[in-house]
Design a protein around this ligand. Structure first.
Ligand code: HPA
Length: 267
């Protein structure tokens, strides 16, 4: 039995067999949503091979249960490329999600904005991304399945459902291109200017490897950034991880409203 199937069985023995309709991965400072799920929390430590998400602002546990009447699997912590140098650090959790029978994934992250019309506290729905970190979580994968098409990586149906939910809640949800930087250092002002020229609207240190892996596994994906700061050099505010965690709750309240609405209205 593969490791992911073994872990899926273990999870099912604690949380029940019904497949989650949605997987949710929560970004820095956005973990409180996991506490809103009526279900079972399984610490990553109980799931051998799951990353020890070592970044403050993340709670390393998988919560499976009901949110707005839908069965969800919420990953409270993610592992970032910069923690290990491994872009495929989230492969096992995503394989487990697929093995549980889930086929939709919503990702959230904290990000820096490159657009004046998206100040801190805004949300941005990813229309597309640029894997600027220059690596790929499928390097080393041996099968031809590695040649994953990325044309519709950000699923039009899920994006439409999120946009409809945002409209219904009166939450502004501009769409934009997310640029993946490796981190953990933040960008320089020159890098941010270059990112603007390249067509990025926001920058961050996560999400893109997970989307590539999720597409590889056949999951439909959509991702939302919570803007915690302007990109380096675009404002006078200081940029730090503490600032990210402080600012994330500003957007997190809107994010929760719109995710709940989407789950209620269905997609
Ligand atoms: N850059 C990269 N990652 C981030 C930022 C940023 O400005 N803000 C929050 N995460």
């Amino acid at each position: 039995m593969s490791k992911s199937v073994e872990l899926a069985r273990l999870i099912q023995s604690r949380a029940g067999d019904a497949p989650p309709e949605y997987g949710l991965i929560l970004g820095s400072g956005l973990g409180h949503l996991a506490g809103r799920v009526d279900g079972v929390a399984i610490p990553y430590d109980d799931l051998p091979g799951f990353p020890h998400a070592g970044v403050s602002g993340h709670v390393p546990q998988l919560v499976i249960g009901q949110l707005e009447g839908r069965r969800v699997a919420v990953f409270g912590g993610r592992s970032h490329y910069y923690e290990s140098g491994r872009p495929d650090a989230m492969r096992l959790p995503l394989e487990v999600l697929a093995a549980l029978g889930c086929d939709r994934l919503i990702l959230t992250n904290a990000a820096g904005s490159l657009r004046e019309d998206m100040p801190p506290g805004s949300l941005m729905l990813l229309s597309d991304h640029i894997a600027f970190a220059g690596t790929n979580p499928l390097i080393g994968e041996k099968t031809d399945a590695r040649f994953v098409p990325m044309t519709q990586a950000h699923d039009p149906g899920l994006r439409a459902a999120l946009t409809a939910a945002a409209d219904a809640e009166g939450v502004a949800l501009p769409q934009g291109v997310y640029g993946w930087f490796s981190g953990p250092s933040f960008e320089t002002p020159a890098e941010i200017r270059a990112a603007q020229v390249l067509g990025m609207d926001a920058v961050g240190m996560s999400t893109v490897p997970e989307i590539i892996l999720a597409r590889f596994l056949g999951l439909r994906c959509a991702a939302i950034s919570v803007i915690t700061n302007m990109g380096a050099g675009l404002s006078d505010e200081n940029i730090s991880h503490d600032h990210t965690k402080e600012m994330a709750p500003l957007g997190a309240a809107k994010l929760e409203k719109l995710l709940r609405r989407m789950l209620r209205d269905g997609a």
